[in-house]
Design a protein around this ligand. Structure first.
Ligand SMILES: [Zn+2]
Length: 211
């Protein structure tokens, strides 16, 4: 119960960035510092909570300690918070940010795919967890400068033939656990659009603070 109250306080509320959805601490502005200076490939995105205690701990458990059950709760919160937004975005297909097969084997599951599946069930929207793949392993993004991050991710994703056909001219909703600098989401959106997707939005469980 106490946890519930603490989590409520971390909900991302207005004012927030019109592009990436990062909440601002003080000022009313349209875009965060990052989105003012970066040309993003995705159309828009949003997150449920700020990436702070206890949300970060919860996601850590979800990712690394087999707490797959949390996926249902995260998806339910996404629906509750972003019902109207989703009605506006009208996604045709939901796609999780993939893990490289080596990582997937090691962890046993892709946490973003779990949320994507639960969300698809709530919304009655098709989910594809196979066609969008991470074909290249990358070094951890943490500590890399923005230009290095882009290089690190370049060509990291690929789209299989059937998904290319399925998403041609369609709107894709990407799902990931955390949005930090947006470089992963950008590379994913760039790949999906290059392969024929018309629009790419995203929802994540948590996000960093915007400035
Ligand atoms: Zn932003």
């Amino acid at each position: 119960m106490q946890c519930e109250v603490r989590v409520r306080k971390l909900e991302t509320n207005e004012p927030k960035c019109m592009k990436c959805g990062k909440p601002f601490r003080y000022k009313e502005q349209e875009y965060c510092h990052d989105c003012m200076h970066t040309q993003h490939y995705f159309d828009r995105g949003a997150a449920v909570w700020l990436h702070k205690e206890p949300v970060n701990f919860s996601i850590y458990q979800f990712k690394y300690h087999n707490q797959r059950i949390f996926g249902k709760y995260y998806a339910a919160e996404m629906v509750k918070k972003y019902r109207n937004t989703l009605l506006k975005w009208k996604p045709d297909i939901i796609v999780p940010i993939p893990l490289h097969c080596r990582k997937l084997r090691k962890r046993g599951y892709n946490q973003s795919a779990i949320v994507a599946k639960e969300l698809g069930e709530y919304l009655g929207i098709a989910v594809d967890t196979k066609g969008f793949r991470r074909v290249r392993g990358t070094v951890p993004q943490k500590g890399l400068a923005p230009a290095k991050r882009r290089m690190n991710l370049g060509g990291a994703f690929s789209v299989s033939g059937y998904l290319r056909t399925a998403m041609k001219g369609k709107t894709v909703l990407l799902i990931d656990d955390i949005y930090t600098t947006g470089s992963t989401m950008d590379e994913a959106a760039r790949t999906l659009k290059r392969e024929g997707a018309e629009k790419v939005f995203y929802l994540t469980i948590s996000i960093g603070q915007g400035y």
